[in-house]
Design a protein around this ligand. Structure first.
Ligand SMILES: [Zn+2]
Length: 66
């Protein structure tokens, strides 16, 4: 398997409801805004390292539009 453009596929756990979901993030990009598919909480997901799929998740201050 080869990765494209250095994108990382990782799994994060929603800090609000504990739901697990997968996401693709770029290691050099700012936090990726997403929304929990279970409780709808807006989340910012960042990759801590390009070598390990270790995602940092925090609740965003603003809801995701739409
Ligand atoms: Zn959630």
């Amino acid at each position: 398997m080869t990765t494209t453009d250095g994108a990382l596929h990782g799994t994060y756990r929603c800090p609000v409801c504990g739901h697990r979901d997968s996401i693709e993030v770029m290691p050099d990009a700012p936090a990726k805004r997403t929304k929990c598919s279970y409780c709808g909480a807006a989340l910012d997901v960042t990759a801590r390292s390009a070598e390990t799929v270790n995602l940092d998740v925090k609740v965003a201050e603003e809801p995701v539009p739409g």
